[in-house]
Design a protein around this ligand. Structure first.
Ligand SMILES: C[S@@+](CC[C@H](N)C(=O)[O-])C[C@H]1O[C@@H](n2cnc3c(N)ncnc32)[C@H](O)[C@@H]1O
Length: 275
């Protein structure tokens, strides 16, 4: 097979994603592409099946039920920069039960990928994802989507990993009234293009959990600054601890590099995200 003609999204996204000519065929993961989160072992099925109520707006304004409680997350389809990276406010987009049209300003991530992306070979982090076009600050790039699994299943999968294996399980921790809500996403075997995004201590993407039709958060990545063509896309895998002296060595090569990848004590893995 000619890898340069291989669409890594299996034709399932708005835009095909190819790799550059340096990516070797054996690097292709045997994973199945999914465009959004799917239920995996141990997940709460009600969270997937219970549909959120919709608004009755023809054009959503200040009285829209979807944004009345927490405010508008978007302006001109770009996310409010204050939500990038440090969001404490949940974001609900208008959904399939809403009366508003698909061009509603409160519908962004549900429309999928709009930027031309490419898989490439990094020097020492395996594969990575880069942009082929300029991306403006606040633009939605892609989700980090995969199987939603329970803590026990995440621990079981992490325990099975060898030290040299790449880890794809992301823990999202959202602070809410009743404590910390944890979501475990594993795109290793069933995942979208987000699985190829590497960690950086000075990233150009920020993660925001966003809900559309159900309470299962979509883990959404937005540009936190203007990004130039061919820049590698990256986000922070977890809280950076400059005093951390062990763990997986970080090769992000940025000025602010702490030397090691973030580490999740609960999973004993080097991948989590605390909001
Ligand atoms: C979600 S995957 C990212 C895509 C991966 N590079 C690939 O080839 O499929 C996470 C893994 O990539 C590698 N990785 C990501 N960021 C890294 C970094 N800054 N330094 C070293 N390794 C990194 C680690 O092996 C990590 O477990």
């Amino acid at each position: 097979m000619d890898i340069n003609k291989f669409d890594w999204t299996e034709g399932l996204e708005n835009k095909a994603i190819f790799s550059n000519d340096k990516v070797l065929i054996f690097k292709m993961k045997k994973s199945k592409y999914v465009t959004q989160n799917i239920p995996g072992p141990g997940c709460e099925m009600d969270d997937f099946e219970d549909k959120l109520l919709g608004c009755q707006c023809l054009a959503c304004d200040r009285d829209c039920k979807c944004t009345a409680q927490y405010g508008n997350a978007y302006k001109d389809k770009k996310i409010d920069l204050t939500l990038l990276g440090s969001s404490v406010t949940p974001v609900f987009e208008c959904n399939s039960n809403c009366s508003c049209p698909s061009q509603c300003q409160n519908r962004v991530v549900q429309h999928g990928i709009s930027v031309q992306l490419q898989i490439f070979n990094t020097d020492n982090k395996g594969l990575g994802l880069q942009t082929l076009e300029k991306i403006q600050t606040g633009t939605f790039v892609c989700e980090y989507a995969g199987e939603i699994i329970s803590l026990q299943e995440a621990q079981r999968r992490c325990n099975k990993q060898k030290d040299t294996d790449m880890n794809y399980i992301l823990t999202v921790k959202e602070h809410c009234k009743n404590g910390i809500l944890k979501t475990f996403v594993d795109p290793d075997k069933l995942g979208n293009i987000g699985r190829y995004i590497n960690h950086s201590c000075s990233p150009n993407l920020s993660m925001v959990p966003i809900r559309v039709d159900t309470m299962v958060p979509k883990v959404c990545l937005f540009a936190n600054r203007d990004i130039e063509p061919l820049e590698e896309l990256s986000f922070v895998y977890g809280t950076l601890r400059p005093d951390q002296k062990t763990g997986t060595k970080c090769y992000c090569n940025s000025n602010g590099c702490t030397g090691f990848m973030p580490f999740d004590e609960e999973l004993k893995s080097s991948f989590y995200f605390l909001e």
